[in-house]
Design a protein around this ligand. Structure first.
Ligand SMILES: [Zn+2]
Length: 479
């Protein structure tokens, strides 16, 4: 675990400690006094009690997981999440969505609006409506404050302890993180995130309504639950962690099915959303499974449906991500020839041409993408990269700035803008954008490191320095 030497500890009310290992965490869970490098705010402070639990969780969890930042997964999950949370009327929470690079099938909500998905759950989702259903269920846990309501009174008083409990539970659910923990401990920890039957029912009921209001099909929730249920039956001896936190007895599924069917839904064609979902799912698999097996599976799907442009596109995308440009170009080009109705087909073929050195063709395709959808973050980023290739850094900067404006929550947009600022010697702004990029992915500790570096280069009284100071203050760090 890396701690950053520049991290300056705030003089906190409680005990402070720079090194925070799993051992300390487990000691904490046993009720012994632990240590933290953050200031513990008390209830009634400027931000709410639940937000404080979430804030502490996100800072502590930062160093324990590998956070995904690929726009195909992270930006997509955030998009679905914010579509849903935007429909929660009067919510006091600012929602933040993250994806953990781990094949475990799990998702969990942290008080205060932090929702984390493991890549394994995205890989197992059968439809975009199903994924939205799981997300809506988690949002409902946050809205109803289930975690804190389910704790014993004494535990609730200890914010740091609550954050540690959630982290331990989440770690129990991650294969990569469970190395120092026995399986029994892991299962026990994961189970501590278990909600009562009554809370699960409430989250289902409200989740079904939320997906419906947000324009998704509530039947997707039923289908994903059935899929999970079948997976659990197949693998009863080694249940994915999701089942410890969300038991899925048949009666629960029937009940959700009844609610979903009572709602009037009009099936709609959403080819772009479906494409984005397929890209998210295959990228989640790419980062957690063996490439050869995944490519062979996708090739078999394509061979089975030779007229299906989508399967071909996804195979080309896999090769593009792998860096196999000849095969990427072959499949992306043939998919493009079959179906030019989707902006993604332009964007990724353009990218493949760019990386292959055919800048003219790349430019044509990215301009085609821009014409189809002038508000696409990835088009701006890839177009900026193309300009940067020709040393047009100022033009690249302009496109990256636009990408950030279009989607301020996009890691890749901030990381690209950082690259351009560095190139034109704006070091303070460059570190600031790097910090935002890390923060967007959930890498809060690294964000602190870059915010502190940014402060050293920014004009002390300028607006940039004030923004950085506010970020550091939120994280409980004195610069
Ligand atoms: Zn639940």
């Amino acid at each position: 675990m890396q701690r950053f030497p520049l991290l300056v500890m705030r003089k906190a009310a409680g005990p402070t400690c720079a090194v925070f290992g799993l051992a300390v965490l487990l000691v904490w869970l046993l009720g012994t006094a632990g240590c933290t490098y953050m200031k513990t705010r008390t209830p009634g402070d400027r931000i709410s009690y639940e937000e404080e639990v979430g804030r502490q969780f996100s800072l502590e969890a930062s160093g324990y997981f590998r956070w995904m930042d690929e726009p195909e997964v992270l930006d997509f999950v955030k998009d679905i999440g914010h579509r849903l949370s935007a429909n929660v009327v009067g919510t006091p929470y600012e929602y933040r969505f993250y994806v953990i690079r781990d094949p475990t099938m799990n998702a969990f909500a942290v008080p205060g609006g932090y929702i984390c998905f493991f890549a394994g759950l995205i890989a197992q989702a059968d439809t975009v409506d199903g994924l939205a259903g799981v997300m809506a269920h988690e949002i409902s846990h946050v809205e109803e404050n289930h975690f804190i309501r389910g704790q014993k009174k004494m535990e609730v008083a200890n914010i740091a302890g609550l954050a540690a409990t959630i982290l331990a539970a989440a770690l129990g659910g991650g294969q990569g993180a469970a190395a120092g923990v026995t399986l029994a401990q892991a299962a026990q920890q994961t189970a501590s995130l278990h909600y009562s039957r009554e809370f699960e029912r409430e989250a289902d009921r409200e989740g079904v309504e939320l997906v419906q209001v947000a324009g998704f099909d509530p039947n997707g929730m039923v289908s994903i639950f059935k899929r999970f249920h079948a997976l659990a039956r197949l693998n009863a001896a080694d249940l994915p962690p999701y089942f410890y936190t969300h038991p899925l007895p048949a009666d629960r599924i029937y009940e959700v099915e009844g609610w979903a069917q009572a709602m009037r839904t009009v099936p709609r064609s959403r080819p772009q959303l479906e494409t984005q979902f397929e890209l998210a799912r295959i990228t989640a698999r790419l980062r957690t499974e063996r490439f050869d097996a995944l490519a062979a599976e996708q090739k078999a799907k394509m061979d089975k449906n030779p007229q299906d442009a989508q399967e071909r596109f996804l195979l080309g995308y896999l090769y593009l991500k792998r860096g196999n440009l000849p095969l990427a170009l072959e499949y992306l080009q043939t998919a493009f020839d079959m179906d030019r109705s989707l902006v993604e087909h332009y964007i990724y073929l353009g990218r493949a041409y760019h990386l292959s050195g055919n800048l003219v063709r790349a430019k044509e395709l990215l301009e085609g993408a821009y014409e189809m959808d002038p508000r696409n973050t990835l088009t701006e980023v890839f177009y900026g990269d193309l300009m940067a290739q020709g040393e047009g850094w100022l033009e690249a900067l302009h496109h990256y700035q636009r990408a950030v404006i279009l989607n301020p929550r996009s890691c890749i947009a901030h990381a690209s803008l950082a690259k351009a600022y560095e190139r034109i010697q704006e070091r303070g702004k460059s570190y600031y954008e790097l910090a935002l990029s890390d923060k967007c992915a959930g890498r809060y500790l690294r964000a602190v490191y870059y915010f502190q570096k940014a402060l050293k280069h920014l004009d002390k009284d300028g607006r940039g320095a004030k923004l950085v100071q506010a970020e550091l203050e939120w994280m409980g760090i004195e610069e």
